[in-house]
Design a protein around this ligand. Structure first.
Ligand code: GRF
Length: 202
């Protein structure tokens, strides 16, 4: 059976990568993804997600962006070329902390990103912290998460799935972080299936 090939880009812990692996290995009883993770790439050497990949014999590649030695376009092209070797059907950004340029997206356009906020709210780093701050200032009682198609503009492509997540009165920032990180996994898995099963493209 020729399953679709997934390449997952990470920069950190890789708990979302783990959720994808669990679903492709039928370890998650709720959501099965009929696809294979064929490579995991990190721009951070110490990203624990690389370890997670190795445990499943998935090629785990460290590809750093060294801003003093190369420009962004050069990096994005080398990243795109590295990914091309695996002939992916879908590229998933799961905690990937590097903005992909148009140069990259001209080579690979079927790319989705998980972002822990709702469309149009809190783009960029620390979206959960920003939502918590807005809550503390009485400006909101909820945040959310989304999976969207990737465009050069940060956290701004067309959403595939969104979820609203309440912020409770006695929440600490860490409570909120845990809640968002719990719900975002299901959202990511659903989105991957949505793209693959409906053969969606941006
Ligand atoms: C997630 O909260 C994701 O939404 C954000 O970065 C975090 C990555 O977590 N962009 P992990 O590395 O998958 O554990």
């Amino acid at each position: 059976m020729n399953y679709p090939k997934l390449v997952v880009l990470i920069s950190g812990n890789g708990s979302n990568l783990q959720a994808i692996i669990d679903s492709t290995h039928r370890i998650n009883p709720n959501i099965t993804i009929r696809a294979n993770v064929v490579a995991v790439i990190s721009n951070r050497k110490k990203a624990y997600g690389l370890e997670r990949a190795r445990k499943y014999n998935i090629p785990a590649i460290y590809l750093p962006f060294k801003s003093k030695k190369m420009d962004r376009i050069e990096y994005d092209k080398s990243l795109a070329n590295e990914i091309s070797k695996f002939k992916p059907d879908l590229i998933i950004l799961a905690g990937w902390m590097h903005i992909l340029s148009n140069e990259f997206l001209k080579i690979h356009r079927r790319v989705i990103n998980l972002h822990p906020a709702l469309p149009g709210e809190f783009p960029g780093k620390d979206a959960i912290g920003m939502a918590y701050q807005a809550f503390k200032e009485g400006k909101t009682k909820r945040t959310g998460a989304m999976v969207h198609w990737v465009i050069p503009e940060l956290d701004a492509g067309e959403p595939l799935e969104t979820i609203k997540i309440p912020i409770l009165n006695n929440d600490s920032e860490n409570d909120l972080r845990k809640r968002v990180q719990y719900y975002e996994k299901e959202l990511l898995l659903k989105s991957i299936n949505k793209v693959l099963l409906n053969n969606l493209y941006p």
